[in-house]
Design a protein around this ligand. Structure first.
Ligand SMILES: Cc1cc2nc3c(=O)[nH]c(=O)nc-3n(C[C@H](O)[C@H](O)[C@H](O)COP(=O)(O)OP(=O)(O)OC[C@H]3O[C@@H](n4cnc5c(N)ncnc54)[C@H](O)[C@@H]3O)c2cc1C
Length: 453
């Protein structure tokens, strides 16, 4: 490949902060709130124009769709997200669980309020492009924006980019699932103009269950107890659209779930388009995924209009602001979580939170319909070889099955809260994040309302 040399340049330092959180998804938002509440002066940096990550930018609204009567759930800031969304009119009852789907559009404002209340310095519209390193210690980051190239210095940094962008560029060891085995990416969308009464009558007349989550070319591992449970699944309209020639036969992957329906006829969080074979750290793959995904979504809407009762007059309300990405880099952490940990109630001395036995991804679906849960080890957020850096959210260290669990938004919030508190304590006690006194971190987490065992 031909190369050019970029000229060396001076870059203005626009901010110095205690804790810098980069990325504001469920992981980063919880981390920033926790760090600030633990007494650290905190800055939250985000490349897009709103906080919330996949929740607001992609429209992933099923925050706790796993919750059943017997579920022993996480506590802490993740639960606050759901409760706050409910109290601010930014949530709708979720059809398959004891939970509310968070309204992805309205949560943009809820997140603003949470950031302001926590006294966090907000920085939207800046993309982190490089870490500032000194002998293996991260000192800050370089950002790019309409203002050009700028530097932000921080005592501790939390990488909540979802893609472990900072860890990767700082030279920490990261890995990716081979692209052919990665979880599919999705263009998410919502429609309006749905006749709710007719739509729900049809759902009741033709109920689906999780056993329908299998297709001609793919299967789903469950524990058996999931199979007969109700699932808000849409399959028949797309089978009929293929039979009629509207959707080409090779697009039998167009099928999936709906998330919530409002009184006004908004049918949101339509998770119907699945794009395999995309590596979302490659912008050419992202370009292809965005365009192909929108094409498939429009076919799906036409199929719903023609073949799904209640959708006759529906129209596109919105696409997610960006392609929905499930699977990219994960760090090689001091401790990498395992299938055994998430399938068999793992326990850890350095637990910073719990998450119910909910595994969803890579063709596995296990729902926490019993009281089983596992603990989350702090060490899974510590990348090897970079000091003063924590990685949280979906790119923590672990194997395939563990990621099918910890990638879920509530779990990202639990880990994020742990990372935020640990970053604050490590500054206050003047030690690296890897050497922080975990019992102190656990004590503050309990005071913040988290459950650690
Ligand atoms: C289609 C789809 C459906 C899903 N369904 C569910 C579901 O029903 N329930 C569930 O619990 N989970 C679901 N997930 C998974 C879940 O949404 C993610 O795993 C979770 O949001 C990850 O949280 P995070 O905080 O790690 O990262 P993200 O939510 O991805 O947030 C990362 C943030 O970092 C920002 N960022 C990235 N790079 C930079 C940079 N260089 N500089 C500045 N900012 C940056 C991004 O803009 C974003 O705001 C789904 C995912 C997808 C894609």
């Amino acid at each position: 490949m031909d190369m050019i040399n970029e000229a060396a340049r001076e870059t203005p330092i626009i901010r110095k902060t205690d804790v810098l959180v980069v990325g504001s998804g469920p992981g980063g938002l919880a981390a920033a709130i926790a760090a600030s509440r633990a007494g650290a002066e905190t800055t939250l940096l985000e490349r897009y124009g709103c906080f919330g990550g996949n929740l607001t930018q992609v429209g992933v609204e099923g925050f706790a769709w796993y919750r059943h009567d017997q579920t022993v759930d996480s506590q802490g800031i993740g639960i606050e997200f759901e409760e706050r969304a409910k109290s601010m009119g930014a949530a709708n009852p979720e059809p398959q669980s004891n939970s509310h789907a968070i309204d992805g559009e309205a949560f943009k404002y809820v997140a603003d309020v949470l950031v302001e209340e926590a006294n966090i310095t907000p920085m939207l519209h800046r993309t982190m492009v490089a870490p500032i390193m000194e002998k293996g210690v991260i000192k800050g980051v370089i950002v790019e924006s309409k203002a050009g190239r700028e530097a932000i210095l921080a005592k501790r940094i939390i990488d909540a980019t979802g893609d472990a962008d900072i860890a990767y560029r700082a030279g920490a060891v990261v890995h990716k699932t081979p692209v052919e085995d990665m979880m599919a990416a999705s263009v998410m969308f919502s429609i309006n103009g749905v006749d709710k009464k007719r739509f729900i009558e049809d759902v009741k007349a033709n109920p689906h269950s999780y056993s329908d989550w299998c297709g001609p070319d793919w299967s789903m591992e469950t524990s058996g107890k999931e199979d007969a449970l109700f699932s808000p699944y849409l399959k028949k309209p797309f089978e009929r659209a293929i039979a009629s020639g509207l959707i080409p036969k090779n697009l039998n992957t167009i099928t999936g779930t709906w998330g919530a329906i409002s009184e006004q006829g908004d049918l949101s969080y339509l998770n119907l388009v699945h794009l395999a074979g995309l590596d979302a750290t490659n912008p050419d793959h992202l370009t292809k995924g965005e365009m192909e995904g929108r094409r498939q979504a429009m076919l799906a809407i036409e199929a719903l209009k023609q073949f799904n009762p209640g959708c006759e007059n529906a129209k596109l309300r919105n696409f997610g602001m960006t392609l929905g990405v499930r699977d990219t880099r994960k760090i090689d952490a001091i401790y990498n979580m395992t299938a055994e940990d998430v399938r068999n109630q793992g326990k850890f001395e350095d637990s910073i939170g719990i998450f119910p036995e909910f595994i969803d991804g890579y063709g596995i679906l296990i729902l926490p319909t019993t009281g089983r849960y596992f603990q989350l080890p702090y060490r899974a957020m510590l990348p090897k070889g970079v000091k003063h850096l924590l990685v949280t959210g979906r790119s923590v260290g672990g194997d395939r099955d563990s990621h099918a669990a910890v990638r879920n938004m509530m779990c990202c919030a639990v880990n994020g809260q742990g990372a935020g508190v640990a970053a604050a304590i490590s500054i206050q006690t003047n030690v690296d994040v890897a050497d922080v006194d975990i019992s102190k971190v656990q004590r503050i987490l309990l005071l913040q309302g988290a459950r650690i065992n």
